[in-house]
Design a protein around this ligand. Sequence first.
Ligand code: EPU
Length: 421
Amino acid sequence: MQYFEIVGGSRLKGSIDISGAKNAALPIMAASILVEGETVLRNVPDLADVRQMQVLLGKLGVKSERDESGAMHLRVEDEMNCHAEYEIVSKMRASVCVMGPLFAKRRRAQVSMPGGCAIGDRPINMHVRGLEALGADSDLVNGDVLLKAKKIKGADIFLGGPFGSSVTATANVVMGATLAEGRTVIESAACEPEIVDLANFLNACGARIVGQGTPQITIDGVESLKGTEHSVIPDRIEAGTFMIAAAITNGDLELAGARIEHMRAIVDRLRHIGVIVERSEKGVTVASSRRLEAVEITTQPYPGFPTDLQAQAMALLCLADGNSVITEKIFPDRFLHVAELNRMGAQLRKEGPTVIVQGVKRLIGAPVMASDLRASAALVLAGLIAKGTTRINRIYHIDRGYEKIEEKLSGAGANIKRLSE
Ligand code: EPU
């Protein structure tokens, strides 16, 4: 089993290249199911989740491979299998993104219900409801959702849920409607940049989608989609994580490729606590040279503060002056990092979906356990500034979503090593 050993205390300095966005790449890869001919994707990050999506697509008859430049080529070779099995879906929840394209193109999708995960209960009722509105008959078979239709017809669909819009449900319904007869209007659609990237990719393939990036998306169905080349947007969550790495180490980093316009909420909170964030020619620069101030953070759907940066922000606020308050409004149970940060000397008190962070003078290195992707990133950030050595176990969680994180951080001066037991 691999683990990270981090000796805290180095100031990060220099430049880090931001990879392509995992949460844009995964649905766009799934969208290749809809396409006739070859899809070529550039800037697809080299991650465990991406390789897992390639395995799933392979089972569904989509051949995918990378060329020497790293570009990924995908092509549908066989349309017989429409079943995303439990074995794969239970390992990676984003597998559910094949539901919309399978249904649209093959008129049949059988996708295992993903069940809960470390960040909480994760239902897919909104995905199913949206595709039912397009004409799907749905059934539950051995823990799988089975969707079938003879004809797919455009519809008006409301996709709001108890915690706001749903990102992958919006992706599934957009993909499901691209080949429908007539017009589909989605209200309360997710506005995330990853949805915009997916819609832009589909439009380049010949789809007719407008309104992406707003809560109302309109899709006029077309007969077929043709292959195209597309470059995936930079990962705003990876960029946000490195912004916090600069802030927590009193460092000075340039994040090459990062798009500040995708990160308004995190930039606002960082500036509020005293971090200097600027747009630069290559991307974004982040610098900090003093003790930071406490702040309130509430996670919300885009353009609000992303839940995928909540754990990392908590690690930073552990060292701010005074009491900060973090409220999680997307996944109210996404707090497995709290107990681990407390093992490193943090003063965190959880009350329902809120954590009160009492700032401390220092964190202290300890052996800690990664529990999910973003919680693991928070522990890496804490380790960068903790006194002494931090050992992070179960780092396979981090490899799901951060490309070469230890190389990127050590290139900027961090003392972090990947070791094996
Ligand atoms: N929800 C429902 N019913 C549904 C779907 C969602 O009630 O049918 C609820 C969820 O339980 C949650 C809220 O709606 O409370 C929002 O969840 P959403 O569906 O937007 O999440 P997701 O699409 O499953 C994506 C990202 C997550 C990210 C969330 C929120 C991908 C592949 N995953 O998940 O990314 O946290 O949006 O922004 O895009 C990560 O990268 O670490 C990660 C977990």
